[in-house]
Design a protein around this ligand. Sequence first.
Ligand code: SAM
Ligand code: DTB
Ligand code: SF4
Length: 325
Amino acid sequence: MRDLAQPSLEQPRHDWTLAQIEALFDLPFTELVYQAAAVHRAWFDPAEVQRSQLLSVKTGGCAEDCGYCSQSAHFDTGLKASRLMQAQAVIEQAQAAKAGGAQRFCMGAAWRELKDRDLPQLSAMISGVKALGLETCATLGMLTADQAKALKSAGLDYYNHNLDTGPDYYDKVITTRTYQDRLDTLAHVRAAGVSVCCGGIVGMGETRADRAGLLQALANLPEHPDSLPINDLVPIPGTPLGDSEPIDGLEFVRTIAVARLVCPKAVVRLSAGREGMSRELQALCFLAGANSIFVGNRLLTTANPEMDADDKLFADLGLKPMTMG
Ligand code: SAM
Ligand code: DTB
Ligand code: SF4
């Protein structure tokens, strides 16, 4: 009989080697999914899926050159840029998201970094959303230690800041900020006591080794991310990655499964890209350990499945919203 690696149901580890993570990717598909499902069940109720909803509170005109992004000022994507929304308008959208069944509301801004002058408006937004009884999340670019503390005081529960890809592929995708810049922001977020939401994107032309590198970087952070989004690239015409070859669905499921194995206690989000996925592929992702999605028919600037379709998917799969801790 072959010697297959056994699922680790022990405490999370932070000393993963690239070879160990690549060996997980190389497992026979059903073995990998079986192991990931076992680890998923050790830490979570596998029937529960967390539901987050996004709102772009400041769209487009971004100084960064992230090669996948509709919002970068470096590429002509036809997107109309807009200013930071008023807190009250955001709170109204959050109310609607809550009524639709979202548990967490994530406010995204197309910024390279947060500017102190915008803090009062953002703080009003965050505290207003929190007061509705929603978990709050924001993704605003790079933060200083003091800015992270100010957001925490305003009532921020989660901060999303992705590593995006493995360290070796990173400079093929983004040249205007470094991997270390991202790690520094994550450290400030963690130090401020804000939960970390950090993951990446696949389907950008990276190799399996690059995907393993991303998951290694995430697993070897001082603490595993609380939320771990895996985005399937939504190709945007006009961006350098707009014509990328889509990732094979089974390879996407493998990525979810390995994320579950190396960060066993993280809430793994089947994030951007669901609009292009079959129900069956999404079901495989849930089996492989994904336990969060974005709900609502819009992500930041691109489409997401209609709420009705997701409600039906949940009903057909016997899934229910995650009970908040
Ligand atoms: N500007 C901030 C930043 O980059 O940190 C926050 C917003 S940014 C849009 C948040 C994340 O969305 C990116 O790090 C990336 O992982 C993901 N993302 C952006 N465009 C995407 C696309 N076309 N397909 C998949 N994921 C995407
Ligand atoms: C994350 O990892 N994915 C979300 C959220 N964090 C901010 C963003 C997905 C964006 C997809 C492309 C768009 O709608 O512009
Ligand atoms: Fe700007 Fe964020 Fe888009 Fe990069 S991903 S271009 S930082 S909005």
